[in-house]
Design a protein around this ligand. Sequence first.
Ligand SMILES: *[C@@H]1O[C@H](CO)[C@@H](O)[C@H](O)[C@H]1NC(C)=O
Ligand SMILES: *[C@@H]1O[C@H](CO)[C@@H](O)[C@H](O)[C@H]1NC(C)=O
Length: 361
Amino acid sequence: MIWSALFAFASLATAAPQFGGGGGGSGGSTGHGTSLVRFGCSQVVIERLDPLVNPGVLPSPHVHQVVGGNAFNASMASTDVSGIASCTTCNFPDDLSNYWTANLYFQARNGSYKRVPQIHNRMEDGYEGGTTVYYVSPGSGKVTAFKPGFRMLVGDTTLRTKPTGVNMKTQSCFRCYTGPNFKGDDLSPCADPKLDTETLPAGPCLGGIRSNIHFPTCWDGKNLDSPNHKDHVAYPTSGPSSFATTGTCPSSHPVKIPQVMLEIVWDTTGFNDKSEWPADGSQPFVLSNGDKTGYAQHADYVFGWKGDALQKLMDGGCFGAATCNGVKTQTAATANKCAVKDTVAEDTNGWLTELPGHGME
Ligand SMILES: *[C@@H]1O[C@H](CO)[C@@H](O)[C@H](O)[C@H]1NC(C)=O
Ligand SMILES: *[C@@H]1O[C@H](CO)[C@@H](O)[C@H](O)[C@H]1NC(C)=O
């Protein structure tokens, strides 16, 4: 996502009063209602753990790439993690949350797997791999920040076909960069009719592949979690919105929460040799849960902002990754010093004969 597209978003905000008015602004504040906070989070660990879906299971079924605070472990409880973590790989030191997704692997023609390296996103120089995190609010007082202990999951690791009645592409998509330096990154996430697909791209992407995942934006106002980690949140009645906290929340989930969106850049450029691609012409990439379609892309979120820092960003008309409304930032170099010890200690990165955990869901 480039700033011109962000400005396009801001213009959309001007055109659509339900965003609370909009407009540009290049500093820490839009000077208007809309907050659009975008920042880098380096890798904190890559391993087979999932404290949300498989608490205490060590190792969990498939590999995840994890960013954020150092409280991440196999059994982290639904509690105020901002009081447990002591550092974060994210731009905002007060964001001790964790965010994680499946990894991407390449399967060569001989059947072996290699983990696709992650690179920092556009305008996130200095961050190591990891994830770009967005929080969006349509205006001051328009969203309620998450509460300590809040967690949620988006996506379904068992999905292998297009779900009916769901606009999958606005929830989860892949962008096929057309060349180096994020070429083709012109339209809002998941909004490019050609370069964004809900399935893994069919052909080689000359600048790599970017994942985008949009979390739901409505909350039941009561539960910090639910048995499937999904039922306490919902998309607006109009369905997932592409990169904007728009739409009306259903009466079951009346509280509007910040829109959390994740972007992950996979450097697939080392795997574009068609002679290594499957002989049947299919694409060679597979998520760490064994999914070759892309439909099983999913993301987990454990809220861990300190105090009212997130609410301040959402109410401040904040823009970009700048210090805004008194919320501090840290350098990428400082963020990169934060790490979690890999407790599973298995090879996730060499040429592997099987996906770690056999690519289990
Ligand atoms: C995870 O962290 C919590 C809080 O620090 C600690 O109580 C728990 O024992 C840890 N669990 C594991 C598996 O390390
Ligand atoms: C499979 O192919 C890849 C890519 O050419 C190669 O690096 C790897 O060593 C091969 N693995 C085996 C087991 O032959």
